[in-house]
Design a protein around this ligand. Sequence first.
Ligand code: NAP
Ligand code: G4F
Length: 342
Amino acid sequence: MKVALITGIRGQDGAYLSKFLLEKGYKVVGADRRSGDSSNWRLKELGIEKEIEILYMDLLEFDNIFRVIQKIQPDEVYNLAAQSFVATSFEQPILTAEVDALGVNRLLEALRLLKPDAKFYQASTSEMFGKVQTIPQNEKTPFYPRSPYGVSKVFGHWITVNYRESYNMFACSGILFNHESPLRGVEFVTRKITYNLAQIKYGLRDKIILGNLEAKRDWGYAKEYVEGMWMMLQHNEPDDYVLATGETHSIKEFVEKACSFVGYEIEWQGEKEHLKGIDRKSGKVIIETSKEFYRPAEVDILIGDASKAKKVLGWEPKTSFEKLVEIMVDADLRRVAQELKK
Ligand code: NAP
Ligand code: G4F
């Protein structure tokens, strides 16, 4: 039985990847930083909470990482742990760098010393492209990060490449574009929209206040992206791959589509931080915008070219933008209905 160690076990991708690996017959060990919220709601929703061994491991503490690697001797390590919210990285740039940059180095160093033959996956990100230098972006596109998060992840990416080249370790960096699901944290814009819309639908809220609605993202379905992570580690050579859909949509489009699934037709009035989204039938203001949710520097557009992953790994996304929005809206309508019954 292969042993996989997943950091960030309680995050969106940690949950989907755990389920995927358990189905493949792996023993899954999850590294949890013990933040106080021990609800494990994502693992519970997927029905796998009891099938995973959870160990405490914080990417900030080298000795802790060292002991965990020594104890479990993993065959594959998926480093999904991160301070992953871009907006917070402007408030906590140093913590973000400690976790998202040096944390990767701590983990790689522990592996180099204790289990150099383990295969390693680093969760890199399209945020590294930031102020994009080409459209679309692929593995060769130069990085131009626009946030402390993006800058830290660039370090994480290059230190992964460096350990591969210096020590011949099987280390891969997956440059994943935004991927969403019903398990997405509510602080991210897609889930913020679908969860709060469901609340509006059930009369628990009046409107949603958002930031920059003009930004565009390449959004895929997280469940499919975790399979791509695993495929990278099964290939005969370690390498770096972009995973993306190749389509881009604005936040405005996401709002319109999500609203259409709950029966609202949005008409826009005003501009930028004075923009309002009004339901055509009822005249009700559903969306407002505020400077509060704008970032000091924005990534205006992301659109990925995943042709290398398709050609070399046989990976490709299957779920359309429209279907993804529908899945998320449906899940949140169900959740809010259940919350109301309690
Ligand atoms: P997520 O839901 O925010 O999960 C991140 C996890 O990291 C959380 O479980 C968190 O623990 C854990 N963590 C934070 N600080 C830690 C520390 N110091 N030590 C150990 N664990 C720590 O993120 P996700 O969406 O699943 O993303 C997974 C990874 O892919 C992240 O590295 C993210 O940056 C990267 N990524 C995500 C996307 C995307 O669109 N989702 C795209 C590209 C790259 P708590 O549960 O205790 O908070
Ligand atoms: O949903 P977001 O917070 O995701 P963002 O910044 O693209 O980062 C996510 O994807 C990255 C991959 O490219 C990951 F590496 C990262 O860990 C994370 O998973 O924001 C998306 C866009 C931004 O342009 C933001 O300015 O939505 C815009 N936005 C507008 N109003 C908002 C809001 N974002 C949030 N979170 N909240 C708003 O109210």
